[in-house]
Design a protein around this ligand. Sequence first.
Ligand code: PHB
Length: 393
Amino acid sequence: MRIARWAAGIAAAVVLSTGGAGAEPVKVGLLLPYSSVYASLGEDITEGLALAIETFGAETGQEIELVREDTEVKPSVALAKARKLIYQDKVDMLVGPVASNVAGALRDFVDGVGMPMIIPNAGNDDLTGPKCSRWVLRTSFSNSQINRGMGPWLKAKGYETAYLMAADYAAGRQMMDAFRTAFEGAGGTIVGEDYPPLAETKDFAPYLAKARAAEPDLLYVFFAGGPAVQFVKQYDAFGLREDLQLAGAGWLTSPLQLPAEGEAAAGFIGALNYVPSIDTPVNAAFQDAFRARTGRIGSEYAVQGYDTGRLIVEALKATGGSAADKAALVDAMRAVHFEGPRGRLEIDPSTNNIVQDIFIFETRLVDGAVRQVVVDTLPAVRDPANGCVMDGR
Ligand code: PHB
């Protein structure tokens, strides 16, 4: 087996596993951000995916080649790169994207071409709801799957009013809508909301001042990547950590961002589809291998990449190593089951979204480091069809 590493930020084609069958390699096009606000997410997903292909790829009897392209978190760039990967590089499948707005822009194109696309992050509800497609499946989460359970959970803890704040694009809007519906349904009240622009906002002070003035019991947020670090530090510097409980989608204090956030992150209540402390042999093996490879704790992004790599391997095993028949390939992907670091991975064929446990955690200072401490688990959360009528082509 040949193993190769790449320099950060370079678009490169890398052959990761050789089964010695002598056939053309199976080509996987990675359509992820390697620059801009979500660059660290794209890198973590790529490392996780490469680790899975290196670990399991030889089982397919096929060479698997990864071809990277940078979406820059821009829908038009991602669409151009998708065309390049499909028509020039002749990839057999796409893995991407990270951001919900980019996913929305890619959907009709991959659906029309008939190209399998595995989403290893972007949570856009529409893509496993009214705009679902047989060709688009998701190993990560839907935006509402992560946030829905937090409404009744926080209300039951005694929080009566909440103020919403999220990055101003499809993901932020969908997550806040899911929380709002669930929180109001449980009897809570939303007293205000605000949506700072995704890439441009460096100064959260005016937004934090408005939130404080509304005097809510809770500030419920979605920020990820670079903006998550900036938000957490400014919330702390603003003196809000003592006054106003912070809660939200758990990426705010991802293990990927915690080293940069430090103690400022302590006290947050979040929900996520993975925490590194899951106590299973499969998770321990993943964490050991990921740390040996990168020197970092494996985040939920890394796990989503790793499970995507494993899903590709399992699907190729089911097709005898062939990616030639795209319809057979995508059907094999949809039927895959295995135990991953999160637990049992299962794609619901009626929406193509993953079914998984959601963990509610608090970030606490434990032995001098800020960690996610699980306080509750919502088991096997499955999205409703949400308008999805799956095309059986
Ligand atoms: C999204 O745009 O769907 C998105 C991005 C980053 C996250 C979660 C969701 O951490």
